[in-house]
Unconditional design. Structure first.
Ligand code: ACM
Ligand code: ZN
Length: 533
């Protein structure tokens, strides 16, 4: 009997030992994972996280690692107890890539090295994703060497906080989710026809008037309205908090002030900025609206410069997104001031571009010049190619991949975020009983996209800087639905952004993602489960 009990106890011990082993098959998949010699490193409550050097960011990294270990396993590793086994974080200039890292696991300890604290942070993300998600007292890390770096320098996700406003607590959780997936850009879409969502001191009516709509259309453009006022905006303090929260996690926030279209929020507040002078109202339904900023009015430029100057004080990003999408030029065609501006600039409808299209590109170039004087560069949606856009502009290819290809041909950098692969407001399964904008974009399709195929032109290879997933929120209200739409597709974008194409494999992604899904569940992020069926 004793023998049987002993065997059962051994079986349970073995099972629990197995269950608490780290697994390096994470998302995004590291470029190289090489099994090491010798036994495992055992992490437990006596383990410590050490930092070599005095870099503040490295100490913050250590705090993150301790928090992540506690979150996933309940193990509270110490800080500087020299007696325990150690995870050591250190900088190593021998690592080439700014975001690269090397993890070495030996029975005596783990080291995570990076050229920069940012690289070490990504090593920490890999370590945390290797952890089992369960309460345990020990975790065995098999000996290994992981050497890793990203494929693309720009790995972004856009969140539209204008169609629907998202609370600061959600924005922080969203940033945590991005960090988990090695995403380094949060493109923050802040202004729209349906609401202006940023405090600008010089123009108080932007938030007093422009951030509020009287009601919202019900369902998919039913013609019925909810009769409920809707509003919300971010104060400067909120935005500073977001920028800092993101920066601590090595994420750059790129704000977008969409112009000259999608501007009804601002026009409702300052009608003199439109071609007709209004009156205008903050939009109560979705779509593309004919009233846009007047490109022939000097006041428009003054407004745009002043707004951007206030934002530059908050957002240190090299890039500012100026939008530029879906700006109908009907008003410009009949506006004496816009037409006079076309004359003044000598713009002609040639080479497949209209004079008004060229005016829009001149408008964008002019704002870009203002920003360039302050050391910033612009990103524009691919409509910015409908004229002679200045060098130094980055193009965000959304209406397919041809915008990115054309940008590269013209010597411009581009980010790929084509609707057919990266629009996360689309349905991800036919079985969803949700009211969404439409389209079908299963995670497998998102995963299958390769922005720079092997046989791509040298220009494409040089100028495609990365990828971006977009979450437009006409139909996305609240945290749960947002996470449902984001996950697991953000993981698929993340792997394309990070992992060399030759290492990608959907079946393997599925398995690795099923493990990451446990962490999603732990955080209460209800991902679409189709992938795991
Ligand atoms: C866009 O989806 N209108 C950029
Ligand atoms: Zn005009």
């Amino acid at each position: 009997m004793k023998k049987i009990l002993f065997s059962v106890a051994m079986m349970i011990a073995c099972l629990s030992l197995h269950a608490t082993e780290a697994n390096y098959q994470v998302v995004p998949l590291p470029q190289s994972i090489t099994a090491g010699k010798g036994g495992a490193f055992v992490l437990d409550g006596n383990s410590v996280v050490n930092v070599v050097g005095t870099d503040e960011a490295m100490y913050r990294n250590a705090s993150f690692l301790k928090q992540y270990i506690r979150e996933a396993t309940g193990i509270a590793v110490g800080g500087a107890d020299k007696k325990g086994t150690a995870i050591t974080l250190k900088l190593n200039t021998g690592i080439e890539n700014e975001e690269g890292y090397v993890i070495t696991v030996k029975p005596k300890g783990i080291t995570v090295e990076g050229r920069t604290p940012r690289g070490v942070f990504y090593g920490i993300q890999t370590l945390r994703k290797s952890l089992p998600v369960e309460q345990t007292e020990t975790v065995g890390f098999p000996a290994v060497r992981i050497a890793d770096h990203p494929r693309f320098s720009y790995r972004g996700t856009m969140l539209d906080c204008a169609r629907h406003y998202f609370k600061l607590s959600f924005i922080k959780e969203f940033i945590d989710m991005l960090a988990l997936h090695n995403i380094n850009i949060f493109h923050w879409h802040l202004t729209e026809d349906q609401g202006w969502r940023v405090q600008i001191d010089r123009y108080p009516r932007l938030t007093e008037v422009g951030s509020k709509r009287a009601q919202t259309v019900i369902g998919r453009m039913t013609g019925l309205y909810d009769d409920t006022p809707y509003g919300g905006y971010y104060t400067k303090e909120d935005m500073r908090e977001v920028v800092k929260y993101a920066a601590d996690r090595y994420i750059t926030v790129i704000p977008e002030i969409d112009m000259p279209g999608h501007m009804l929020g601002a026009l409702a507040a300052y009608p003199e900025l439109g071609c007709t002078g209004g009156p205008y109202k903050v939009a109560e339904e979705w779509g593309v609206f004919p009233d846009i900023l007047c490109a022939g009015n000097p006041k428009t430029y003054e407004f745009v410069y002043n707004v951007l100057d206030e934002l530059l004080e908050i957002f240190p990003s090299k890039y500012i997104h100026l939008g530029g999408d879906e700006a109908p030029r009907d008003r410009w065609k009949s506006c004496p001031r816009c037409q006079a501006e076309i004359q003044r600039l000598g713009l002609k409808g040639t080479d497949g571009f209209s004079a008004e299209g060229r005016l829009q590109v001149c408008f964008m170039n002019r704002v870009a010049k203002h920003l360039a004087e302050k050391g910033r560069r612009i990103i524009g949606w691919d409509e910015i190619l409908e004229g002679d856009v200045d060098k130094g502009t980055t193009v965000m290819s959304w209406r397919g991949v041809s915008g990115g290809q054309e940008a590269a041909r013209r010597g411009l950098d581009a980010i790929m975020s084509p609707t057919a692969y990266y629009y996360l407001d689309y349905y991800q399964t036919k079985n969803d009983a949700l009211t969404l904008i439409g389209g079908l974009l299963p995670v497998e399709t998102t995963y299958g996209y390769n922005p720079v195929p092997e046989d791509a032109s040298p220009e494409l290879k040089q100028h495609i800087k990365g990828v971006q997933a977009n979450l437009w929120t006409e139909y996305i209200v609240g945290r749960d639905l947002a996470f449902y739409q984001l996950l697991p597709r953000v993981a698929a974008v993340s792997e394309t952004g990070w992992t060399e194409n030759g290492r990608k494999d959907f079946a393997s992604f599925r398995e690795r993602e099923a493990r990451l899904n446990r962490l999603y569940r732990h955080f209460g992020w209800k991902a679409c489960q189709d992938l795991f069926k």
